[in-house]
Design a protein around this ligand. Structure first.
Ligand code: ARG
Length: 463
């Protein structure tokens, strides 16, 4: 009969259909290493409480470390009869330490406090890795911003030409949200750094085991304050899922711009051959698959978050088996981000912008109309009137057949629209003049963008 952890009360083993439903080793085996670390810490507190002798704790830790090595090498793995990672590792321990010694480890702990702790350990480790990969994307963006220098581009709202901006400013507009995503992982870690170990099944441990000692050994700041909360809550997992979904959404918005910018119609950017794909039928095709996969995976990561929150909704305290469903969503997020981010960073790092085209498009579509209005305000004209006058300039351009741009209006045409429109207005009817005028903190003036770039790089270096 399969070695269940709870056999004594049962006259028969689990039905095969139940075992198939119940089994979680296909996804929780990735927790084996942190599970063994938890077991080593647990052996130490059993020893401190006088429940393992000096020899026993030495033998136990030695067997656990041999088991860890066998897991790492693949010599030991889960069998179909193991319900979960904990069951499999207990079998592995007993095979190495013998049933008498191996059977002592489970005292004073439950799989409920174990799993709640191990998920936190695993996610804290992965969050650090993911944050590092996000910073690689930020580095690629700041490197592109550096290379772009003072190159202008058309800035858009509603996808329509709005005002000229620096290409570097647009690129950094994607770097800041990614920096905040990294900050969110860092901030999340404070809440994840609390250990449920010692909560037992739900009510805490009666054997004199010290939860603070286990917490410290496993790299946590403190043990949980409430053993029911420790075993029943998954908000820490859900918050990780939110931060990861937000990150994916932020990547997706940059991805969408890359996809648009790489079209024939936009023609803003070329993708490097090694970070784009071809078509099996159309020889000319060069497709932005990395950006599209990023956009697609964002939907998937949002789904992971949604599924997890929906699982938690309405669950009574304390542990319920539904909570086993907390792991696959976040494991999926980790797996997707871990393959996506390096490809994404490579794609961004190797983009080639057509800065001549961007410069020639920057003032088109009447994107300097706001500059006329603001020039009039500086001349003492109320903004309401100035807005009207600038709008009439646009209308006058559109009355031409074919349409002309604002700077092509003659002095006479300008004067006919408003006596305030003297030829001096031409100072702001250039991309350079427009950009330089937006010099308040956070604006697109080249001096401000240079400072911003320095600050973005400094922030990335701090994280
Ligand atoms: N495999 C379970 C989980 O992932 C942990 C085991 C708790 N099971 C139980 N019957 N108390 O949540």
């Amino acid at each position: 009969a399969p070695l269940a952890l709870w056999g004594g009360r049962f006259a028969s083993g689990p039905a095969a259909a139940l075992a198939d439903l119940s089994r979680s080793t296909q996804f929780d085996w990735r927790l084996a290493d942190v599970d063994i670390s938890g077991s080593v810490a647990h052996a130490h507190v059993l020893h401190a409480a006088g429940l393992l002798s000096d020899d026993e704790v030495a033998g136990m830790v030695d067997a656990l470390e041999r088991l860890r090595a066998d897991v790492a090498s693949g010599a030991f793995g889960p069998s179909p009869d193991d319900e979960d990672v904990h069951t499999a590792l207990e079998r592995g321990l007993i095979e190495r330490a013998g049933a008498d010694l191996g059977g002592k480890l489970r005292a004073g702990r439950s799989r409920n406090d174990q799993i709640a702790t191990l998920v936190r350990m695993y996610l804290r480790r992965e969050a650090r890795t993911i944050a590092g990969l996000v910073l690689d994307v930020v580095d690629a963006l700041t490197a592109q911003a550096t290379a772009a220098g003072d190159a202008p581009m058309p800035g858009r709202t509603h996808l329509q030409h709005a005002q000229p901006v620096l290409l570097a400013h647009s690129l950094l507009a994607h770097a800041w949200p990614l920096l905040r995503d990294v900050e969110r992982y860092v901030d999340w870690d404070k809440r994840a750094a609390v250990s449920p170990y010692g909560s037992g099944a739900l009510a805490g441990s009666s054997l004199g085991l010290d939860p603070a000692a286990v917490a410290a050994e496993l790299g946590f700041d403190a043990p949980v304050e409430n053993s029911i909360d420790g075993t029943a809550s998954r908000d820490v997992v859900a918050e990780f899922a939110f931060v990861s979904a937000m990150l994916a959404v932020d990547l997706s918005r940059l991805a969408e711009e890359v996809i648009l910018w790489a079209t024939k119609e936009f023609g803003f950017v070329r993708l490097h051959d090694s970070f784009s794909t071809g078509s099996s039928i159309m020889p000319q095709k060069k497709n932005p698959d990395i950006a599209e996969l990023a956009r697609g995976k964002a939907g998937r990561l949002v789904g992971d978050l949604t599924g997890l929150l929906t699982t938690l909704k309405g669950l009574p305290l304390a542990y319920n088996r539904d909570l086993q469903e907390d792991k696959e969503p976040v494991f999926d997020q980790v797996d997707q981000l871990t393959v996506l981010l390096p490809a994404f960073a490579g794609m961004v790092a190797t983009l080639t912008f057509d800065t001549d085209r961007l410069a020639s498009l920057a003032p088109q579509g009447f994107s300097l109309a706001t500059d006329i209005a603001e020039w009039l305000v500086r001349e003492g004209v109320p903004f309401r009137v100035a807005h009207e006058v600038a709008g009439e300039c646009v209308r006058a351009c559109e009355a031409h057949e074919p349409t002309i741009e604002l700077w092509e209006l003659t002095d006479d045409e300008l004067a006919a629209i408003s006596p305030h429109l003297t030829p001096a207005v031409r100072d702001v009817l250039s991309v350079e003049g427009s950009l330089a005028s937006r010099s308040a903190h956070g604006g697109t003036a080249p001096v401000r963008v240079a400072e911003q770039l320095t600050r973005a790089q400094a922030r990335a270096a701090e994280l």
